[in-house]
Design a protein around this ligand. Structure first.
Ligand SMILES: Nc1ncnc2c1ncn2[C@@H]1O[C@H](COP(=O)(O)OP(=O)(O)OP(=O)(O)O)[C@@H](O)[C@H]1O
Ligand SMILES: [Mg+2]
Length: 474
């Protein structure tokens, strides 16, 4: 036994001696260099690594997240081990490939391999953010003869595809401004309205959809003609005709976030500018009831009418009201020119793909400068419920395409003015029976008859009033 150990010891000593001599004459660096050359010769593949944090946490590398989404949707079925992450509403799960898995992808007939892995983090950042011990990465392997194709086409395909999937599946947000700070706070945007469920004449609806879709795809067009990539819509019509519903349908169609700007909570133009600057692309900025938001309608006219202004100065009551609007006052000092300058000016210079939507119940009250074409590119009227709109509502609410009461309803709708909101209220079912649908329609017929009688009465009274005022004038 002792002899064997002695022999082993001398063998080890000899090996150590040989290794020391070898390292002296063939340094390790050289070995590595030559082994890499040898590898290159026999291994004609290129590998690209995409780290999760290219600049350190907490900012994840955009490309990494795009790859993660792309692989999850295209190749997850190939992996044996998947990682689950909560997605949309925390109600569904998104599956991504787990660490140390390899999947295959194909692009224009070229095969590529993606592998996921982790490495131990070595460095410590100076930031207060605690760095994770392990860093994830994706590694792409492909034959070197395809380098150009991968570099010029495949990687941008992965990026755009990944981002598109993310936009489709991410939870969208509804932002609102509060009156303490010029910042936005948000909640999840889960409005179920779509253009399909929106009660509106089919032609008009198609026109709006086409307009929106062509806008969202017109990046190159806007760049070519030198126009900022934004579009303004003015939705006008009586209360309850679906203006807010249409905005939700627009957001759902284009998958944009909604920024609901409450102008009365904005103190001045500087604050307005700060808020608008925070709005990113792929967003709809909404200003509801623009006629009520501020004294927009009057402000410009006042400036023009110097005489009226002078009179105002003299009138003590009006003057006092003006002081209330001054710097010290708490009322909003946002001006029409401030808003318009921003819509046309600085805002347009930043990244595009923005919609701005104004709504109003009183189109005629608005300052023409606000609604001129080019600023508000499209004016959409949402009006009282037509028979065509009713049919959409009947389909949505009662799942009915026809009914023996439809003819009566068509006639009554032509003779009265009711909003889609009123009609929808009557079509709300208590249960799903056929009899219940009949009850709903009957209650609608009754309401329409009443609306017709009220309208007749009102017309009569108005006629009488006119007559008496004419007589008084005489
Ligand atoms: N055109 C429509 N299509 C489908 N539903 C509608 C339509 N118009 C109104 N409704 C129904 O009526 C309700 C009120 O509509 P909405 O809030 O969109 O009206 P609005 O025009 O924005 O009114 P307001 O001027 O008071 O803000 C909605 O919740 C929706 O259910
Ligand atoms: Mg509304």
């Amino acid at each position: 036994m002792r002899e064997t150990l002695g022999n082993l010891g001398s063998v080890m000593a000899t090996l150590m001696f040989i290794w020391a001599m070898f390292r002296q004459y063939f340094p390790y660096k050289h070995i590595q260099k030559y082994s890499h050359r040898l590898m290159k010769f026999f291994y004609p593949y290129i590998q690209i690594t995409f780290d999760e944090y290219s600049r350190g946490p907490p900012m994840r590398n955009e490309f990494y997240t795009a790859i993660e989404t792309y692989l999850s949707s295209n190749t997850a079925d190939q992996a044996n081990r998947l990682r689950a992450k909560s997605a949309k509403n925390n109600q569904s799960l998104a599956l991504t490939i787990d660490d140390h898995e390899e999947v295959e992808d194909e692009f224009e007939g070229v095969k590529l391999w993606w592998a996921s892995g982790t490495i131990k983090a070595k460095t410590q950042t100076s930031s207060s953010y605690e760095q994770p011990n392990e860093k994830r990465y994706y590694r792409l392997t492909f034959h070197k003869k395809h380098l150009d194709l991968i570099n010029n086409e495949y990687l941008s395909h992965v990026l755009t595809e990944g981002e598109a999937i993310k936009a489709r599946t991410r939870r969208r947000k509804l932002y609102t401004n509060n009156n303490r700070w010029p910042t936005w706070s948000h909640v999840a945007f889960d409005h179920p309205a779509t253009f399909q469920t929106l009660a509106m004449e089919a032609d008009k609806k198609r026109e709006v959809i086409e307009d929106l879709v062509s806008f969202s795809q017109a990046k190159d067009f806007y760049a070519r003609v030198g126009k900022a990539w934004k579009r303004g819509y003015l939705l006008y019509g009586p209360p309850g005709t679906g203006k807010s519903t249409m905005i939700a349908a627009m957001a759902n169609l284009l998958l944009y976030d909604v920024y609901d700007l409450e102008l009365t909570a904005v103190r001045d133009n500087t604050e307005l500018r700060k808020l608008l600057m925070q709005i990113p692309s792929k967003s709809i900025t909404v200003i509801e009831d623009i006629d009520c938001s501020l004294d927009f309608t009057g402000q410009r006219k006042k400036m023009k009418e110097n005489k009226a202004a002078e009179e105002e100065e003299k009138d003590p009551i009006k003057k006092q009201a003006k002081v209330g609007d001054s710097d010290e006052g708490k009322t909003s000092k946002v001006t029409l020119s401030g808003l318009l300058n921003f819509i046309d000016g600085l805002w347009s210079a930043s990244e595009g793909e923005r919609l701005i939507v104004f709504t109003t119940n009183f189109m005629e009250k608005l300052d023409p400068a606000l609604i001129r074409r080019g600023r508000m590119d499209k004016h959409i009227e949402l009006s009282y419920c037509s028979f065509e709109s009713f049919k959409v509502l009947a389909k949505n609410y009662l799942e009915l395409d026809s009914h023996h009461l439809f003819d009566t309803i068509e006639r009554l709708l032509g003779e009265s003015r009711v909003t889609p909101a009123d009609v929808a209220e009557h079509l709300m079912r208590k249960n799903t029976s056929v009899a219940d649908a009949e009850t709903s329609l009957k209650s609608l017929v009754q309401a329409l008859v009443m609306a017709k009688e009220e309208a007749l009465l009102k017309a009569k009274e108005e006629g009488k009033e006119k007559e008496s005022s004419a007589r008084e004038e005489d």
